[in-house]
Design a protein around this ligand. Structure first.
Ligand code: TYM
Length: 338
């Protein structure tokens, strides 16, 4: 039977990129999975603190992110939804894997290189937790023996690392203890920033107009899309290299599921050929508001019920603890810790 695992950092309200690139897949998999498939979705708060967080803010974000996972359609009766730090085996397996992980490989990871590009080697500011981030991510996946991991494109390298470390561990200890996971990259694998369409849409970008939040009211969504950076070329064409802004709008429209049915973004562009960019933006805004409105409304009705959210987290943690325990017995016995 299959086991699906994925995670999201509780570092603010998820944006449209998180939704189209990952969260929507999570909910879809939940609804289409065979009855014997296990699904686990985690709010990875230990990953969140690889960057300095305000404790009060982080507590609030954890609660809001949990409400958002329910709002996008995860059902706690079907999916195990939990805070990573409530399941100590994640950190425990991470330690064991870090004794297996090559520092050379970790140093070549794109995310590490991007985040440290401005720091000098040996800088006091570079933290060990940020460097070993992918090891914790591998532990998240491997501790639950996940077979499939639905993510956006930016996580593909971390998934490759998880496979390598699983295979390396099995080879070192001469038995099949860890399951190398398959990556399920969503069709909307890379949604770009609205203000700098050559960069991915991200929670940390300083300009709030660069992203659409799943809590944004309709008028805010419309205004963000209206001011999205495009270009001054003729007509509407899908050319991600030459026209990143317009192509991103087409991607969003195409993947929203609200556009006329076409088999590609290119065909969608041809279908809209006669329209002005302003009209394209209006159509995209309509589609995005239609996608986000029901999520926002569910979120608003869930986020204030602290007791219900706590109960979901508690139940999820109990199930996740059990799922992880079985792997830890095998890992510890393979290594000689027990
Ligand atoms: P995070 O919190 O940055 O993002 C959560 C998910 O959203 C996807 N995503 C995007 N997809 C398309 N376009 C975008 N602009 C975009 N931005 C984000 C991400 O690919 C991701 O799937 N390291 C992970 C969290 C993690 C994890 C794991 C994931 C920790 N342990 C184990 C899978 C399995 C992260 O920071 O995701």
């Amino acid at each position: 039977p299959k086991t699906i695992f994925s995670g999201i950092q509780p570092t603010g309200v998820p944006h449209l990129g998180n939704y189209l690139g990952a969260l929507r897949q999570w909910a879809k998999l939940q609804d289409t999975a065979e009855a014997d498939t296990t699904l686990l979705y985690s709010l990875v708060d230990l990953h969140a603190i690889t960057i300095r967080q305000n404790p009060k803010q982080l507590r609030q974000w954890k609660k809001e992110s949990l409400a958002m996972l329910l709002a996008i359609g995860l059902d706690p009766k079907r999916s195990v939804i939990f805070h990573q730090s409530a399941v100590p085996a994640h950190a425990e397996l991470m330690w064991i894997l870090s004794c297996q992980a090559s520092t050379g490989y970790l140093g070549r990871m794109t995310q590490w290189k991007d985040k440290t590009a401005n720091e000098k080697d040996g800088s006091e500011k570079l933290k060990l937790g940020l460097f070993s981030y992918p090891v914790l991510q591998a532990a998240d996946i491997l501790v639950h023996r996940a077979t499939h991991v639905p993510v956006g494109h930016d996580q593909a390298q971390h998934l490759e690392f998880a496979r390598q470390i699983a295979n390396g561990f099995n080879e070192t200890y001469g038995r099949h203890v860890l399951t190398p996971p398959e990556t399920l990259v969503s069709p909307a694998k890379r949604i770009m920033s609205l203000t700098e369409p050559d960069k991915k849409m991200s929670k940390s970008h300083s300009n709030p107009k660069s992203r659409i939040l799943l809590t944004d009211p309709d008028d805010v969504i419309r205004s963000k899309i209206k001011s999205a950076v495009t270009d001054s070329y003729e007509g509407i064409t899908y050319e991600p290299e030459r026209r990143p802004g317009v192509s991103n709008l087409l991607d969003i429209f195409y993947h929203s599921g609200e556009a006329v049915e076409t088999s590609s973004q290119d065909e969608l562009a041809k279908h809209m050929q006669g329209l002005s960019l302003r009209a394209l933006k209006e159509e995209v805004a309509m589609a995005v508001t239609n996608v986000i409105r029901p999520i926002r409304e569910r979120y608003e009705s869930l986020v204030h019920d602290q007791a219900a959210l706590d109960a979901v987290a508690e139940k999820g943690a109990q199930k996740a603890v059990r799922s992880a325990a079985a792997t830890m017995v095998e890992v510890k016995s393979a290594v000689g810790l027990m």
